[in-house]
Structures are given as C-alpha cells and as structure tokens.
Design a protein around this ligand. Structure first.
Ligand code: C2E
Ligand code: MG
Ligand code: MG
Length: 764
C-alpha cells in the first residue's frame, strides 16, 4: 500500500484530489460534505482512521466513533510532541493538516501499518486546503441564502410598508382636504381593518360634555346595533378600549374570553383577540383605536402594533386639526350673533382696501346697558341677536357685518364711492334699530337707538386700523351730538380727539396738583332777598390755558372716572368752607348784623358717575363728620337723567344719602326726560327750575305757565323750588309772584370766590 503512494505520488494525488473535490462539491450542506471529505481523505491516503475537528470538536470521523477520538493525543501530535495515536488499544501513525478559516479545524489521519510519507502528508495538506476552500464556499452560500431569506423578509416588509403608506396617504388626503371627521374616521376603520387583516376595527372617543364616558364613534366589522349600545359608557367598563384611554397606552389581549377585562357583551360576539391604542387631541388622550378578531385568536406582533399606532397618530392629527379649525372659526365669528369677529372684519377690510374704495360704519347702541341691567342678560343677548339680524337685513351680499364686542357693531361696505353713498345705508340701520324690540314673551316692547359713525377710504388710501379709528371717532361724535344719529367722519374730529387726549393728561395732573377752585353762588330767598345758602361751582385754573369752566372738563372727568376724586375734593372743600362761615355767623360778638340769621346751606353738584360708587354715602358721612357741617345744611344736586335710570342700586344709594340727613335737589329740572311721576319715587327735597324756563318766563306765556306749573307741583309735593339763572328784576317778580321760594342768578350775584363771598357775608 505504501508503495502505491510512493510510486506515483503525483498521479495519485491528482486523481484523489479530483475525487475528493467532486465529493465535497457534490454534497451540499456542511455535515454531509464534511463526512464525505473525511472518508475520501482516509481512502486516498490508505488510512485506517480519519477525523475532522472544527473548533476543537469532532465534526466527522471515519473508522472510529466520535467518542473514541483521542482529542488530547491529537493536540500533542499537532504540537509535534508525539507522532502516534492510541485508539481502542491499537496504535496508529498520525498525520495532521490544519484547516484555516473560521472556524479553524484539523484533518487527522491514522494508519496502523506504516507512518505517512512526506508526499502523503503533502497530499493531506492539499486535501485540507480543498476542504478549507469548499467549506468557505459552503459558508458563503449559506450566508448568501440567509441573506436572501432576509431580503425576502425585507421585501415583504417593504411591501407591507408600501401598503401601509398607500393606506395612510388616503387618510392623510382626507385630513388635508378637511373632509368631515366621521368620513375620515370611516376611512380609518375600514382601511385599518383591511391592512391588519382583522375582523373589526372601531374608534371610541370621550364624550365632549362628559369626559368620564366614551362612545363608539366609527367602526368597521361591528354591527350597527352593537355600536349603538356602546355609547356613553363609563370608561372603566368600556373594555380594552376604555383601558387604553385610561392608561394612555397600548393594550393587547390575545385570548379575550379568558381575559379578566373582557366585556361580557363583546365575548358573546366571539371577540377573540383585541388590541387598542390611545388617540390624542393636542397631546391629550381623548379616545382609542381598537382592532380585534372574531373566533380566532391572534398574537399581536410588533409590526401590527406599529401599524395600529400609525393609524392612531393619524386620527389624532385629524382631531387636532378639526379642533384647531373650530377654534379658528370661533376666533373669526361672534358666537352669539354669528356675525364676523373683529379679527375677520379687519382681515376682510385689509383685503378689500387693497382692491378698491370702501366705507365702514361703526354702530353703537345707546341704551344697551339700561336694558341689560333692567331686563337681565338673557334679554340683553336676545337684543344683540335681533340687532345683528336687523343690521344684516339692511346690507347687500358683498357687505360684512361684525360684532366688535359688547354692544358695538361694525359694517364693511365695499365698492362705495364716498361717505355720502354710505349715509343712506347708515340711516336705514338707524331706522331699523329704532323699531321696537320684543325681548320677553310676556313683557312689553323695548326701545333702543343707536349712534353711527361713517368713515370712507379710497383704494389703499388708509390702513384698516386707521379707518376703524375714523369710524369710531365719527360714532363718538354722534354720541356727543345727542345720540340716535349718524355722523360722517371729518378730519377735525381727529384734532378734537387729540385735544381731548391732551386734556385728559392735563386733568390727571390737575387732580394731583390741586389746580381746582370753588366759586360760591348765593341762593336767595326771593321775597326777603336773604341769602339762605350757596351753590359750590368748580373751576379749573389751568397753568397755561387759565380758568376753565366746568362744562368744558366735567364730561371728560366723568368719562375717565376722574370725577370721583375731584368730586370728593369739592364736597370736602365746600362743606369745610360753609361750616366755617356758619360758625362765624352764629357768633353774635363777631358779626352782630348777621347773628340772627340761620345757618347757610351748601349745594354740591354730584355726578351720576359718583352715584355709581357704592361708598358714596360713607364718603359723604365722613366729610360731614370731619367738617362738622350739620347734614341738613348739605344739599346734593343731582341731574334728572339719574331718575330715568331704573337700577335699584341708584334708588338705594339715594335713600342712604337721605338717611344721613342731607337733602337732595333735582338740578336743571324740566330739561331732561324726567316725568313728574319719578318725583314721587325719589326721595327729593328741592327742585331747581332750569334757567331755560326762567329765561322766557316774562315773555313767553307757555314758559311762564310751565314754570308756574312746576312751582305748584313742588308745593303739592312739599318740595322747595329754586329758580336758576335769574338775570332781571322782571324774572324775579314773575317768579316771586308765582310763589317760587328761592332763586339764584346774576341778578343777585355771580358765582363768587371764597374771599368775595366772605366779604358779602361779613362786610367790614
Ligand atoms: P348747574 O349746577 O346748573 O350750575 C348753574 C350754572 O349756571 C353755573 O354754571 C352758574 O355759573 C350758571 N349761572 C348761574 N346764574 C346764572 C345766570 O344768571 N346767568 C347765566 N348765564 N348763568 C348762570 P357753571 O358754574 O359754569 O357750571 C355749569 C355746570 O357744571 C353746573 O350746572 C353743574 O352741572 C356743573 N358743575 C359745576 N360744578 C360742579 C361740580 O363741582 N361737580 C359737578 N359734578 N358738576 C359741577
Ligand atoms: Mg347745580
Ligand atoms: Mg342747574
């Protein structure tokens, strides 16, 4: 045998190598090829035993059982420390070749008869090398196959992704074109059911009015009757869907029937496996998206979970978007009247100003507060709705009406040639709002009026804000001119307004710097000509302008609320001064000539704004205490308009003032709306007949008759009467003849400075 190898080593070697190669290449798969390789190597080199070791383990053996392979002895041979192996009591000459690669290995041969020659060992190395290469090739195909398998999976995955993508794109399109929510939800449930290959899919959303309950809002593969029953369910009883909402996390159940959280009704429907994940609106959980199978259980793998989550995210997107849209709509519309909001109005105005000329109307109701306060907010709201309807009815299609807030409305009239063209429309609105309103079913009709300002702009001539200011100024002017009217904007209004603003600043400063003074106009007993009291009248000594009369700044002081501190100063100053004079008058040693006369009363004008202050009676009481003026000596003059005001607080406050012991007078009587009936309701002591009657009392028979009528009425109601603005002796005699008790006017004295009155009272 040895001779054969030794004789023809080259030939044999080539033959055997070819044979070996074909065996190795023919047999696919690792272990088979390894086994074939070992057998082939043994035969080629006439060995009795052969072994292939990989990573120190025996992977194939020939002529010996795997357990009998002497692993330690082999390692000794490899290390060159021995040349023979003992197996089963026999001794074999050993030949070893290493196989490089990963894993590394050894091809080991043993022959009982004779040691291996150098050529044989060389051949063995060649075989090992072939084995190494073929193993490597085998490994490569193995990994390629694995790679291909992965590729398949990847492709599959990509296909699935593609389908998911296509489905979600459909949902996204529906969201983007703002399809109705229920339509989007239907798309979601149907699409998800198909994509995940489940039997049912549903969307449960928290009830808007009661977020502790949820309702099935959309579904696919659920019977309509079943869905009907799953409405307004308390969350904890709403099964997996409810738990997903409560926990704000994905919930899965593989065997629903056996699950402790199963809803009996759903198990009855053979619900087998179910999975739910929360949906959100603006990041807050508002519901859940659920999928389930009937009759067949299913493991919810990662991809299925991901798909469900992706759909839930799209539902969240749709919900958040719809809510944003709703909020935007709300921002652009007045919820009460449905008219445009200020924001929308301004946007439209900007658009239309760029395109052409337009007019803006500012409409402010004149008596809204009175109606709101007396009839209640519900009636007030009805009034506003009705006003909106009437304004709308006066407009063309292209016009926009807006509610700017409170009782303020605005109208945009595009394509108008000038302010005069807008005037008829404003007049129409004015007229429409004068018609009676039926605000309460059983109650009578209510009347209001409005003040309307009109402003006009040519194309791109003014900015939207600027035009709003113009219309507002014109409206303000309409109010000032007596309300219930239309005013067109004029540039002077801006100057007047600027001046008003400047005056407001000055007025604030005046309060701090004490720029006010009081004048005292004597009130005289008409028959005895005796001074019985004085009316305190304010003046403003402006550092630059000089003395400003009250009518020029009191309205602004009232508008800005500054009348409150100013009025308090007037009251304190007047009471203190008169208390001082009275003290002097009562001292016989100091002023013997006036000693017999009674104390003077002081009349102080009180503005309606002051009367709105709940602490007015306390303030008056404190000042009376402080100055020592007896309450009876103080007369508070109020204007008639107060009596038209029906608010109960007004009456209560007047009664509180009366309770202090001071007297109340109605100023400028006859000029306002007050009917005689009011006089009985209000705790009034004095009527001051307006100067306009006194002016005409001599020459105009009607004025004379009216004046006498007022005086007689006063007497009938046991009220004192004071005639204002007596300038001539003729007026005095008419009034005195008509039994008017008191009077004041230039005929007796103008409003005097404190010093001047002092001289009059206590002549030197
Ligand atoms: P009023 O309370 O009716 O005061 C009478 C006004 O008539 C005073 O004008 C007085 O100067 C003027 N007057 C008196 N006799 C005659 C006359 O014979 N001929 C003419 N032509 N006028 C006469 P005044 O001081 O300019 O005050 C105007 C109004 O300003 C007052 O009308 C009152 O309503 C208001 N007022 C004045 N002082 C105060 C105040 O301290 N507080 C408040 N809230 N209002 C005040
Ligand atoms: Mg007065
Ligand atoms: Mg008056």
């Amino acid at each position: 045998m040895t001779a054969r190898a030794a004789d023809l080593p080259g030939v044999l070697a080539t033959q055997q190598l070819t044979e070996f190669l074909s065996v190795v290449a023919d047999r696919p798969g690792g272990p088979a090829a390894q086994h074939a390789a070992v057998e082939c190597a043994a035969r080629a080199l006439d060995a009795d035993i052969a072994m292939l070791m990989m990573d120190d383990g025996v992977v194939a053996a020939y002529g010996v059982t795997v357990e009998d392979v002497p692993a330690y002895a082999i390692s000794e041979v490899v290390a060159g420390r021995r040349s023979a192996l003992e197996v089963g009591g026999r001794r074999y000459a050993a030949a070893v070749a290493t196989i490089d690669g990963d894993p590394a290995g050894l091809l080991v041969l043993g022959r009982e008869s004779a040691p291996f020659t150098a050529e044989e060992i060389c051949l063995l190395r060649g075989l090992a090398r072939v084995l190494e290469l073929s193993l490597r090739a085998l490994q490569t195909t193995e990994s390629e196959r694995r790679y291909a398998r992965e590729n398949d999976r990847l492709l599959d995955f990509l296909n699935q992704r593609q389908r998911l993508f296509e489905h979600l794109t459909e949902v996204q399109r529906a969201i983007a074109r703002r399809a109705p929510l229920d339509q989007i939800f239907d798309t979601v449930t149907v699409s998800l059911r198909g994509l995940l290959d489940v039997d049912m899919c549903c969307l449960n959303l928290l009830d808007r009015d009661d977020p502790s309950r949820a309702s099935m809002t959309a579904f696919a593969g659920v019977r309509a009757e079943t869905a009907m029953r799953l409405q307004h369910l308390p969350l904890p009883t709403a099964g997996v869907s409810g738990l997903a909402i409560l926990g704000d996390e994905l919930m899965m159940v593989t065997d629903y029937a056996a699950s402790p959280i199963a809803m009996p009704s759903m198990s009855a429907h053979r619900l087998a496996s179910v999975m739910a994940t929360p949906v959100h609106e603006n990041g807050v959980v508002v519901g859940s998206l659920t999928v389930g199978t009937y009759g067949r259980t299913r493991e919810w793998d990662k991809p299925a979970q991901e798909v469900l989550k992706a759909y839930a995210e799209h539902v969240s997107l749709a919900l958040t978007d719809a809510r944003t849209l709703e909020a935007m709509n709300q921002a652009f519309h007045d919820s009460l009247t449905g008219l445009a909001s200020r924001a929308l109005f301004l946007t439209r105005m900007e658009e239309q100003l760029a395109a052409g000329s337009l007019a803006v109307l500012f409409v402010d109701l004149d008596r809204f507060k009175v109606i709101n306060d007396s009839l209640g907010h519900a009636a007030g709201d009805r009034l506003l709705v009705e006003v909106a309807d009437r304004i709308r009815a006066c407009l063309r299609d292209q016009d926009t009406a807006a509610r700017l807030g409170g009782d303020e409305f605005a109208v945009l009239l595009p394509g108008i040639g000038g302010a005069e063209e807008a005037k008829p429309i404003a007049d129409r609105i004015l007229q429409a709002l004068r018609e009676p309103f039926q605000l309460q079913p059983a109650a009578g009709e209510s009347y209001i009026s409005s003040s309307i300002g009109v402003a006009f702009s040519g194309a791109a001539e003014h900015g939207a804000q600027e035009l709003m200011v113009h219309a507002d100024l014109a409206m303000y002017q309409a109010k000032k001119q007596g309300k219930d009217r239309v005013e067109l904007f004029a540039p002077e209004m801006e100057e007047v307004f600027q001046a008003t603003i400047a005056m407001e600043t000055d007025l604030r400063r005046a309060v701090v710097r004490h720029e006010f003074e009081l004048r005292y106009q004597p009130i005289v007993h008409l028959r005895t000509r005796e001074i019985t009291g004085v009316e305190a009248l304010i003046r403003w000594r402006h550092p630059e302008v000089g003395v400003i009369p009250p009518l020029d700044f009191i309205p602004l002081a009232e508008e800005t609320g500054m009348i409150v501190p100013i009025g308090e100063w007037v009251l304190r100053e007047a009471c203190a001064r008169v208390a001082e004079w009275n003290e002097r008058r009562s001292d016989p040693s100091a002023t013997p000539r006036t000693a017999t006369r009674g104390p003077l009363s002081v009349s102080v004008n009180i503005s309606a704004v002051q009367l709105e202050q709940a602490d007015l009676p306390d303030m008056v009481r404190a000042i009376l205490d402080e100055t020592g003026l007896p309450p009876y000596s103080l007369v508070l003059e109020l204007t008639e308009s107060l009596m038209v005001d029906h608010r109960p607080e007004t009456l209560h406050r007047l009664e509180a003032l009366k309770a202090l012991g001071c007297r109340l007078a109605i100023d400028d009587f006859g000029t306002g709306y007050s009917s005689l009936a009011y006089l009985r309701q209000f705790p009034v002591d004095i009527i001051k007949i307006d100067k306009s009657f006194v002016d005409d009392v001599v020459d105009e028979p009607t004025a004379a008759a009216l004046t006498l009528g007022i005086i007689q009425l006063g007497q009938a109601l046991q009220l004192s009467t004071i005639a204002e603005g007596i300038e001539h002796a003729g007026q005095l005699s008419s009034l005195a003849g008509g039994n008017c008790e008191l009077g004041q006017g230039y005929f007796f004295a103008e409003p005097l400075t404190g010093a001047a009155l002092n001289e009059l009272l206590f002549p030197a």
